[in-house]
Write a protein that binds this ligand. Structure first.
Ligand SMILES: NC(=O)c1ccc[n+]([C@@H]2O[C@H](COP(=O)([O-])OP(=O)(O)OC[C@H]3O[C@@H](n4cnc5c(N)ncnc54)[C@H](OP(=O)(O)O)[C@@H]3O)[C@@H](O)[C@H]2O)c1
Length: 376
């Protein structure tokens, strides 16, 4: 049994990881962490009985209820939990740039990082990939598109000339352009194909998520922006593809179900997960071009691929903008306006180390909060 730690077990990916573990019976859950959702976390602790647990919130009340578990609190506490648990595998399914801290710790203490937290690569891609290579730790993508490409490349001698990832187009893909600006939160949260956490669902409607994924692909697979294509696949059956110099295109198909890429990341190179597969005659397989008038945030992300300071700013401004949109403080169109403004204000640069990454992230968030006041 492999020893498994999950960071962000109460989130959408975290919960599905636990479902996969129950089915595959190949991993022992030794550490779990959450942010603030103690009611679900308590059920998970009862069910999986990890040796170690942590939360962003103070874990004092949990210590009383679960005396046999060693608890930690705060961001540093989650890192200490990973250190103490000594896991073989870490699933990083925390949301946000903070995830980079857990990814770097996972590289120190484990042999495999199953990476859902794309912000780790967006903010610290070079550092993370370099450190993983130095430590001999595998980074296996959990994002369905990247998992698809990873699987397509596995065992091939030749590198594809181009790779592509798909997007559903999000909840507003058929809205009249003039209405998008003021789309309501409940409309934006109605994702047409995937069931996910709030931020990523909102990010699907703006295609910030696809922007982050283009950057993620740049670092994971070492492709220039121009060779990472993006298409809309309305039913999300096609996740990604690779294009070879001889004209051959290979595509990765399957149900839009995150448990499948999660299971693959855990069991790679084996396939141990059992799931229903689709009747291929009932799959409509088609790809559409992305219209940047509808999704300007994707075009902006493409312009900043490989410029780390601006990538960090893009993500940080989006994290802030999404929170403002959820609270009703800005309209949907305001998310892109705010990101664009912050990305413009942050100078081009390459952070020299982790501390500089954190500083650019902090400053971008500060700028985003100031700019909100100016723009609205
Ligand atoms: N959802 C998907 O289908 C999907 C697909 C591909 C990639 N991803 C990526 O996977 C990551 C997680 O997405 P998600 O949709 O699962 O998010 P989510 O549902 O919002 O869950 C986030 C998890 O992180 C925890 N958390 C919040 N703040 C934290 C902090 N400061 N430190 C540590 N943990 C913290 C949350 O805890 P509490 O809830 O207890 O506060 C929760 O367990 C994101 O990077 C996302 O882009 C998600």
């Amino acid at each position: 049994m492999k020893r498994l730690a999950i960071v962000g077990s109460t989130g959408s990916i975290g919960k599905q990881t636990l479902e996969v573990i129950k089915k595959m019976r190949d991993h022992k859950v030794v550490a779990l962490s959450c942010g603030h959702n103690f009611s679900l976390f308590k059920d998970q602790l009862l069910d999986y009985k990890p040796e170690y647990a942590a939360a962003i919130r103070d874990t004092g009340e949990l210590k009383r209820d679960f005396p046999e578990i060693t608890f930690f609190s705060g961001v540093e506490g989650i890192k200490e939990m990973l250190e103490a648990a000594n896991p073989d595998v870490v699933v990083n399914s925390a949301s946000g740039a903070v995830g980079l801290r857990y990814s770097l710790k996972a590289l120190e203490v484990s042999k495999r990082l199953c990476l859902a937290n794309k912000e780790s690569l967006v903010c610290g891609g070079k550092l993370l990939v370099k450190r993983a290579a130095e430590k001999g730790v595998e980074i296996i993508p959990v994002d369905s598109e990247h998992s698809g490409i990873f699987q397509l490349m596995h065992g091939e001698e030749e590198r594809p000339e181009k790779i592509f990832i798909t997007a559903s187009g999000g909840a507003l893909r058929d809205y009249p352009l003039v209405k998008i600006e003021n789309a309501l939160l409940e409309e934006v949260l109605k994702h047409p194909t995937w069931s996910m956490g709030n931020r990523i669902t909102i990010d699907s409607a703006t295609m910030v998520n696809k922007g982050l994924e283009v950057i993620e692909a740049h670092y994971l697979f070492d492709y220039e922006e121009k060779n990472i294509l993006t298409y809309i696949c309305r039913n999300s059956f096609i996740h990604g593809g690779v294009i070879y110099k001889d004209g051959v295109i290979k595509m990765h198909l399957g149900k839009p179900d995150m448990k499948i890429p999660i299971a693959y990341a855990l069991s790679y190179p084996a396939r141990k997960y059992q799931a229903d597969y689709m009747d291929i005659t009932e799959m409509s397989l088609s790809l559409e071009k992305v219209d940047y008038k509808r999704y300007p945030a994707l075009e902006l992300a493409r312009e900043i691929v490989g410029i780390p300071s601006k990538q960090i700013a893009y993500n940080a401004a989006d994290e802030i903008a999404v929170k403002y949109f959820e609270r009703g403080a800005i309209n949907f169109g305001g998310i892109f306006k705010l990101i664009k403004r912050v990305v413009e204000l942050i100078p081009e640069g390459e952070p020299r180390d982790f501390d500089e990454i954190i500083e650019i992230d902090r400053y971008s968030r500060e700028l985003a909060k100031k700019e909100v006041a100016k723009l609205w």
